[in-house]
Design a protein around this ligand. Structure first.
Ligand code: HEC
Ligand code: HEC
Length: 302
């Protein structure tokens, strides 16, 4: 009996200790993720000329449609839910129109450039989930056109929903599996490309910068760190035998992105943004030309 009591006592202590440890760990995760979330970035914004002519606005609309802005900010760009659940938290794309409830109505050109190119808000805090690392390379012409278009979008009255981090997001931030774009961008050394559109490897490399967040810096695909844990692995876009690019013709590739159906009839998972299907022939053919020049890399060796 005494033995049993002693055992129970030790057990209670062990459980108490464990609960305590978990509480300490949870507290550490909370503090660390808050630190990353509230981190400020002092960036020097290089001015970009914002045109107003119809050609530039149309180019800007094309950039917005094909780079996924509407996927997170809504078709009307008035803001939209990206992810909202108990694990990941409340993650909404902000209202980008001049309507009530947005915070861009009073923005100067420099605020737009800071947000899109650097991933930093006017309060100097990093924007959460906003993939600026994929936009920081946009040429001055394309970024200028994009901002020109955004300024013409009809106002939508919808409240900007502030980001709320869930427990899984906090853990991913703490262990460095999820990063704010502002943390990744080399703010002082941005060298925005100036690349002429054309079916060239160079233009393909420029457009493909928007694929690296999911397909990896060497485009070999595999596990996507920036997404929730249940996302499927990204495909290998290098001409390695374990992927499909080595076998696909230019036509196979263009049709797969346009229709989200592979030549064998299978559907590409919707995590692969459908917006890329609206890219024009020049962009898609340039992408194919670029991917074919890559060294074949085994899947997931990013
Ligand atoms: C993966 C989702 C996603 C994509 C794609 C995306 N954004 Fe965002 N963006 C967000 C989120 C979420 C926020 C709000 C971040 C915050 O509050 O910390 C945001 C914030 C912004 C802001 C700042 C607005 C404000 O009120 O703070 C601008 C400007 C912006 N995005 C422009 C764009 C443009 C232009 C594109 C396309 C080229 C784009 N975004 C693509 C998710 C996205
Ligand atoms: C938000 C993440 C994300 C981004 C950004 C993204 N992809 Fe994907 N992509 C995926 C995922 C995930 C798959 C695998 C889908 C599946 O298994 O059905 C995929 C599959 C593909 C496929 C099908 C290949 C195959 O072997 O089935 C092609 C082609 C492709 N992506 C090209 C691109 C290009 C080009 C870009 C940039 C312009 C891009 N992706 C950007 C997530 C992404």
């Amino acid at each position: 009996m005494a033995q049993m009591k002693k055992l129970l006592k030790v057990g209670a202590w062990a459980i108490g200790g464990l609960v305590g440890l978990i509480a300490v760990a949870a507290g550490a995760v909370f503090v660390s993720s808050n630190g990353k979330f509230n981190q400020t970035y002092a960036v020097t914004v290089k001015p970009v000329r914002i045109p107003t002519d119809a050609t530039a606005v149309a180019r800007g609309q094309h950039i917005a449609q094909t780079r996924g802005c509407m996927d997170c900010h809504g078709r009307d760009l008035g803001g939209a839910k990206v992810i909202e659940d108990g694990a990941m938290g409340k993650l909404h794309g902000a209202n980008l129109t001049r309507g009530a409830g947005s915070r861009i109505a009073t923005w100067k050109d420099e605020d737009w450039v800071r947000a899109i190119r650097h991933g930093v808000g006017p309060d100097a805090r990093g924007l959460f989930l906003m993939p600026s690392q994929e936009y920081s390379h946009l040429s001055d012409e394309d970024l200028g056109a994009l901002i020109a278009f955004l300024k013409t979008v009809p106002p939508v009255n919808r409240d900007r929903v502030a980001i709320e981090l869930g427990p899984v997001t906090r853990v991913l931030l703490t262990v460095g599996k999820m990063k704010l774009a502002a943390e990744e961008i080399d703010h002082a050394n941005l060298r925005p490309a100036s690349v002429a559109p054309g079916v060239t490897v160079e233009y393909g490399r420029y457009v493909a910068a928007g694929c690296t967040g999911c397909h990896g810096a060497n485009f070999s695909g595999g596990k996507i760190d920036i997404g929730p844990p249940d996302w499927p692995q990204a495909a290998n876009l290098t001409p390695h035998a374990d992927g499909r690019m080595a076998k696909w013709t230019e036509e196979d590739f263009v049709r797969t992105i346009r229709t989200a159906k592979r030549p064998d009839g299978t559907e590409v998972h919707p995590v692969m943004p459908r917006a890329f299907g609206q890219m024009d022939d020049t962009e898609l053919k340039a992408l194919y030309a670029f991917f074919k020049t890559l060294p074949a890399a085994q899947k997931g060796t990013r």
